[in-house]
Design a binder for this molecule. Structure first.
Ligand code: HEC
Ligand code: HEC
Length: 471
């Protein structure tokens, strides 16, 4: 080693020491606070946000909901204990932005027009920051140090909600949508690696060319093992309050891993074995998308993000409802009146999803499937199943939880005859006395519910909303 190298090394070491002490080094390193840790510190509330991509924190009995955008726009809503949004006139408050290196910046909130939204503007942001709100609503409601955590590295996106669907898409706060997660979820969804013998993917039973359901009456998994029920479509599944025909799963995140360990579906037995398999192919990308190693939770979250993008609306019916009077035929218009009137379909199949999220007994099957009873243990629920959405129902034959009815015409004839005989039959169901023409009209109406598919290209960067509410 010559003198120059030694000198250079000493200088380099000194510079490094200085940089380390000044915190510059520390700031450069990614500080991955997990969303879980953040939640604990920030007093996050398990309430779903009222605005897609929002995070909710509690301040006494009040809920503060924040959406913080990369471009430095911070949008805030205040709601009371009953989740009613409050008029923020007279709100005085500020947002303090705290960077990992300890630097702080404070910006005031202003009310946006006459809306219930408050907006604060800062410099564009990147990396991870803590956001703290301090303020007063009127003279009596103080908010002190209400904390939020934001990660702008995870490129947040919002969804274009198609015409006719509820603009309030339920979104869990601990799994915001990012492009990386959606892409990852899409690949996992179509990957046969997710089944024990490598022959079955989610898409085997949720086929894009069959309305994301499948043509078999009862699903078949690995080695031709048969399940219990007819596959459900994934389209718009993000809107359900509970998933599956019996509502046994509370969220897409929790649902996503169930088929993997179901003997008759994808057939894995050991969690560790499954995680190892997925990690070998997707480990690096999972780490990048979540800042955490491969685990059942991260895999489930990615799949759920993809599923949330599978929205389908903008059907002829939706266009008709939005004022395009030519969008559906006269026959479909008569069918529409029957659907919401005499035939009473609309008392359970309630728009926009065409489901009431409730469970009813229509007397389908031989009574061997307990349906909702398996979840509630309430004898009244025996043989009850969740009202399925009728959007895209033209694409997903055969019908009912056991796939026992082959066509839509037969479904209508079944209802017309007063459905299946059964002591627990839903009280709304009775013979309908529909003529052949009525049946044609109802069919035409069901066809008008076939939506245009928005897929995972259906994303817009969160910044693009630019502080404006979507229609
Ligand atoms: C072997 C066929 C099969 C495979 C493989 C399969 N599913 Fe399913 N899926 C079904 C059936 C059948 C149902 C309805 C089951 C029930 O309600 O009991 C269902 C229901 C669902 C639902 C609920 C939809 C709703 O409206 O409530 C979602 C979401 C779902 N599956 C996602 C997935 C994902 C994600 C995968 C891959 C990890 C997957 N499925 C793999 C057959 C399958
Ligand atoms: C009492 C509530 C209720 C009423 C009224 C009702 N439905 Fe249903 N509908 C359901 C439930 C619950 C199911 C699933 C039943 C099962 O699989 O056991 C269902 C299933 C269906 C299906 C099959 C969907 C699929 O994906 O398998 C169609 C189609 C349908 N209904 C159309 C109609 C029409 C048309 C009417 C009016 C003539 C109507 N429904 C009236 C609750 C109702």
């Amino acid at each position: 080693m010559n003198l120059r190298t030694i000198l250079f090394t000493i200088i380099w070491l000194m510079v490094m020491l200085l940089a380390f002490q000044s915190g510059a080094w520390k700031a450069k390193q990614k500080q991955y606070v997990s969303e879980e840790e953040a939640k604990q510190i920030a007093n996050y509330h398990m309430h779903d946000p009222l605005h897609a991509g929002g995070k909710v924190s509690m301040a006494g009995q009040f809920h503060l909901e924040l959406i913080s955008q990369k471009d430095g726009t911070h949008r805030l809503w205040v709601s009371n204990a009953f989740r009613q949004e409050m008029d923020p006139a007279g709100f005085e408050g500020k947002l303090t932005i705290e960077y990992p290196d300890g630097k702080k910046e404070g910006v005031p909130f202003k009310r946006l027009g006459r809306s219930k939204e408050l907006v604060a503007k800062s410099e564009p942001l990147k990396g991870q920051v803590w956001l703290t709100i301090d303020g007063m609503l009127g003279s009596s409601i103080p908010f002190k140090k209400v904390k939020f955590f934001w990660d702008y590295e995870a490129e947040m996106v919002d969804l274009n909600i198609p015409l006719g669907l509820d603009s309030m898409l339920p979104m869990p706060i601990d799994n915001p949508l990012t492009v990386e997660k959606i892409e990852l979820g899409r690949e996992l969804f179509f990957d046969q690696l997710l089944s024990a013998d490598g022959t079955v993917s989610c898409a085997t039973c949720h086929r894009p060319d069959h309305g994301f359901a499948e043509p078999l009456a009862i699903s078949k998994g690995i080695e031709g093992r048969t399940g219990q029920r007819n596959s459900l479509t994934i389209l718009n599944a993000a809107y359900y309050q509970s998933l599956f025909w019996d509502g046994r799963s509370a969220s897409l995140e929790r649902q996503a891993v169930r088929p993997i360990f179901n003997h008759a579906e994808m057939g894995f037995k050991e969690e560790a074995e499954f995680v190892k398999r997925i990690d070998s192919k997707y480990g690096t990308r999972i780490k990048k998308a979540f800042g955490k190693p491969t685990a059942l939770r991260t895999i489930a979250k990615a799949i759920a993000c993809y599923e949330r993008t599978l929205l389908s609306g903008d059907s002829d019916f939706d266009r008709f409802e939005s004022g395009e009077r030519e969008a559906i035929s006269l026959s479909a218009q008569r069918g529409r009146s029957l659907f919401f009137g005499k035939a009473r379909c609309g008392s359970c199949h309630i728009p926009p999803l065409f489901s009431d999220h409730e469970f009813h007994n229509l007397g389908i099957g031989n009574g061997s499937d307990p349906g909702r009873f398996a979840v509630t243990n309430n004898p009244k629920d025996k043989g009850s199943f969740r009202t399925p959405s009728l959007r895209n129902v033209t694409l997903t034959a055969p019908y009912m939880h056991d796939g026992s009815i082959a066509s839509l015409r037969e479904v209508i004839e079944f209802y017309n005859a007063g459905a299946g005989g059964n002591p627990l039959l839903d009280s709304v169901i009775h013979p309908l006395d529909l003529s052949d023409d009525d049946i044609e009209d109802l069919l035409a109406f069901l066809y008008s519910l076939e939506g245009r598919l928005a897929d995972s290209k259906n994303i817009i960067p969160v910044e693009a909303t630019n502080g404006k509410e979507k229609e």
